[in-house]
Structures are given as C-alpha cells and as structure tokens.
Write a protein that binds this ligand. Structure first.
Ligand SMILES: *[C@@H]1O[C@H](CO)[C@@H](O)[C@H](O)[C@H]1NC(C)=O
Ligand SMILES: *[C@@H]1O[C@H](CO)[C@@H](O)[C@H](O)[C@H]1NC(C)=O
Ligand SMILES: *[C@@H]1O[C@H](CO)[C@@H](O)[C@H](O)[C@H]1NC(C)=O
Length: 439
C-alpha cells in the first residue's frame, strides 16, 4: 500500500477532513497489520451522545391482522444500562483456561504464548445501576435449547464466539459438526446435551464483498445493496444472530450500489470520489437488517438479532515496537471517554438498530427482536486485554526484537470479551420473560 498524498482531500470541508483524518491514518498502518483483521473479532460504546441504546423494544403483531395499526409495540423497562460502569477487581478469575478449551485461535491464546502478567484476568464489569452476574453456561444452554445461534461478521465476531464456546464447554462438550473455508472461516458446533447449534460465518462487511488480496486488487469491493449470501442463504435455519463488524470498513475500498460505483475510501489513482466509511457502514447494516426482517419477518417463529457495537483498538506509539499496547490495567472510570472514530462507529451501529426496529413496525412484519450489545465503552477501558506481541508464541524468547508484530485489536482468551457474553446472556434471560408473541 502506497502512502499517497493528502491532496485529494484538500477541497473537502474542514469538518469532513477532521472526520476523515483518523481513519486515513488508520488505513495507512502498514499492511502487516492488516493481516490481523483476517482472523479474529471485537466490540465497544461511547458516552458523549445520548442514545437510546439500552431499551429493548418488543415488536408484537397479531398474526391474524396485516394492519400496522393492529400492532402492539411495547417499550419495556430498561433493566440495566450496561454501557455505563467501571471495571473492578475480582479475585475469582475466568471460568476457563486456554489449555482446556480447544477452540481458541492461536493468536489470542495469550497464556500459552507466554504472556507473563495475569492481572488482566481478575476484573469484572460493574454497571453503574445494577449487578452483572457471572456467566452461567448451563442457563445459556437451556435458554437456547433446540435453537441455532449464528455469529456473523469479522474476526471480532469470531473472538466473541470463541469466548462463548469456551465458557459453554465448561458445562457441556460441543462437537464440531461442520467446517469450511480457509482458516475455518465457516464452522458449526452442536451441543448434544441441549440440541444447541452455534455457528460462525465469515462476512466482514455483511453485504456482498470482494476482499482485497495479494493477487487481485489491493482494495476491497463492496456491493452495498446486496446482502452476503454466504451467510444469508442459511437465514431460515437461524434463531438468533450476533452481528459484529467494523474494523474492515477502515481499509481501502470501492463501493457499489444499484450496479454503479458510489465512491471509495482511500483509493488514490482510481477515478472515484472519497466518501469515507461511516455512511457505507450505515448502508451495509441497513441492507443487512432489512434483509433479515424481510426474509424472516413474515414466516417462521421470528428471529432475534444482536448487533455488537464497535470495539476500539489500543495502539499506542509505534505499532511494531514491543509495547504497542503495553498497559496491564484497565483505565479508571472517567479516565478515557468514547470519542472520535470509536464514537462514530458505535453511534452508526446503534442508530441502524433503532431504524430497523422502526422499519419492522412500519412494515407490519411479525415480531423480531433487535438489540445492540453496547460494548464500546467497556472495551475502550481495557487496553490491557489484547495479545499485543503475544499474538505470536514467546516473542521475546531470543531477547527483545527490533520489530515485532502486535495485536492491539483482538482480545486474549480468556479476557475482557468474556464480559460481552455475560451481557449477552442477561439480554436473552430478559427476553425469556418478554415473549415476542402471545404464543
Ligand atoms: C485448566 O482448567 C482445567 C479444567 O478446569 C484444569 O484441570 C487445569 O488444571 C487448568 N490448567 C491450568 C494451567 O490452570
Ligand atoms: C434440534 O434443533 C434444531 C434447530 O437447531 C431443530 O430444527 C430440531 O428440530 C431440534 N431437534 C429436536 C429433536 O428437537
Ligand atoms: C473520471 O470519471 C468522470 C465521471 O465519471 C469522467 O467524466 C472522467 O472521464 C473520468 N476520468 C478518467 C481519467 O477516467
């Protein structure tokens, strides 16, 4: 990737340039770093905007009526705002360890790669207004009995999935029943004890895309009005979906809509208009959520959709030096606010979840539950939870190297991402007491 010049941005308005700058810088990180994004997955939230992020809306329609006015829409009491809170010490430590689980991606298995400090494992998230219980694998499996839960997205989706599998495996052993694709990008497990299926689908844009490659174009191509059928073809078999995307949108890309080029992000030398990536992320989510509603809104028993919000990266200083994310403790509450790109990514995701709820109601579709899993803030406060140089085994076995690759994007397992699934479980528990229909 050539650095190129910034001249192309000169004629843009100041505010646009200010918005653009963080992700231009981001996209200029050396290509070695981009490899990170081919493998794992993450999420996170912001504080500066007042968003309706924690309300759950249950959309109920009477199946005998097709009139939207006949629908009953209930905005339910918020049980807890998981977004605001702080990390507090917890001497209990994680539910699992990396040696017994069997499903942890090598690059996130920090303990087995020789990460020396263990303090990062002894924290728990304390929401301001309530208590977040420890993960209960047996409860999770019971709630998902006879169901199929699919994680769809990029490597952050995989990171969350692997955390969940490790925690569930402490209660019941899953069988890997399907795997396909380079790097096992498509996998499915079955828990015979509860007839629960859990799967992961690689789809870093959710919409149709052609990923850049060494042999092909050096930018991604996205088709914003077509959902990616690699996962969507199985929609009728899914009962619950966790969507997690974001980081891949920072890379150079050309965008298409309605059969023609819409613009690009960081594509010097190509005759396309720079349009940034926030609106592109918005369109991709809109296409995705609307496709789910349209395909599942009228038939079957409905579907539950969770959108995990953006998980900030924590690179400090030079990305290829030993301590690119050297902190070993969480930030204190108030020490760091969700801002800039992290805030904008999160806001876009939450707004699209709200828009999709409104759309589902307006179309008179059968109920489906849509909610954001707002992890942006709790992730932002955990600079200590990434593999850093321990994405590779024993990186300092031969002394400190001049250059070392760091992963300050994904999360060590066990690690902070386990908390995403604790909140996920609380949402599912709450849903159980708020049925989607009068069954
Ligand atoms: C990992 O967990 C298993 C099962 O709980 C336990 O038997 C084993 O001793 C643990 N390993 C380490 C290194 O703590
Ligand atoms: C097991 O779960 C699947 C959904 O994942 C369902 O289609 C099937 O009917 C279930 N089997 C039994 C025996 O309940
Ligand atoms: C760039 O695109 C514009 C508008 O589509 C077109 O008029 C122009 O000829 C193109 N320039 C080149 C060098 O292809």
């Amino acid at each position: 990737m050539k650095m190129g010049s910034m001249n192309q941005f000169k004629d843009q308005s100041l505010s646009f340039t200010k918005k653009l700058l963080p992700y231009v810088i981001y996209s200029l990180l050396p290509i070695a770093l981009l490899r990170l994004y081919f493998n794992p997955l993450p999420f996170l939230p912001s504080t500066e905007t007042e968003l309706p992020h924690s309300n759950s809306i249950t959309i109920t329609s009477h199946s005998s009526s097709s009139s939207p006015s006949a629908e009953k829409v209930r905005t339910l009491e918020t049980h807890c705002d998981y977004f605001n809170g702080k990390w507090i010490r917890d001497k209990r430590g994680p539910l699992y360890n990396g040696t017994t689980c069997g499903t942890i991606k090598e690059g996130q298995n920090c303990i087995s790669h020789g990460r020396p400090d263990m303090g990062y494992l002894y924290w728990r998230w304390k929401p301001s207004e309530c208590h977040l219980p420890r993960f209960e694998p047996e409860t999770f499996l019971q709630l998902l009995q006879n169901k199929h839960l699919a994680f769809v997205g990029d490597s952050m989706a995989r990171n969350q999935l692997e955390s969940l599998l490790c925690m569930l495996a402490t209660a019941s052993t899953p069988n890997l029943v399907y795997r396909n694709g380079e790097d096992n990008k498509f996998r499915r497990w079955h828990f015979p004890s509860h007839n629960v299926s859990v799967s992961v689908y690689w789809s870093p844009f959710l919409v149709e895309g052609i990923e850049k490659s060494n042999t092909g174009p050096n930018h991604n191509k996205l088709f914003l009005d077509h959902v990616d059928e690699k996962w969507a073809k199985d929609l009728d078999q899914m009962d619950m979906i966790v969507l997690s995307i974001g980081h891949w949108f920072l890379h150079p890309a050309v965008y298409f809509e309605s059969g023609s080029a819409l613009g690009c992000h960081y594509c010097p030398g190509l005759n396309h208009t720079e349009i940034g990536f926030y609106d592109v992320l918005r369109k991709a989510l809109r296409t995705t959520l609307n496709s789910i509603i349209e395909r599942r809104g009228r038939k079957g028993s409905g579907i539950d959709v969770i959108v995990t919000t953006f998980s900030p990266a924590h690179f400090e200083g030079e990305w290829d030096k030993a301590g690119a994310c050297p902190k070993t403790k969480p930030y204190r509450n108030g020490e760091k606010e969700v801002e800039g790109m992290d805030a904008d990514m999160r806001k876009t995701e939450i707004e699209e979840v709200e828009a999709a709820k409104t759309n589902a109601i307006a179309k008179g579709f059968k109920w489906s539950r849509l909610e954001a899993l707002d992890v942006t803030k709790l992730a932002l406060l955990r600079p200590d939870g990434h593999p850093g140089p321990y994405m590779h085994p024993f990186p300092f076995a031969n002394g400190v190297q001049e250059r070392v690759q760091n992963d300050c994007v994904h999360w060590c397992l066990p690690g902070p991402v386990d908390t995403w699934n604790e909140i996920f479980l609380q949402k599912i528990k709450k849903w159980k007491h708020q049925p989607r229909s009068e069954e």
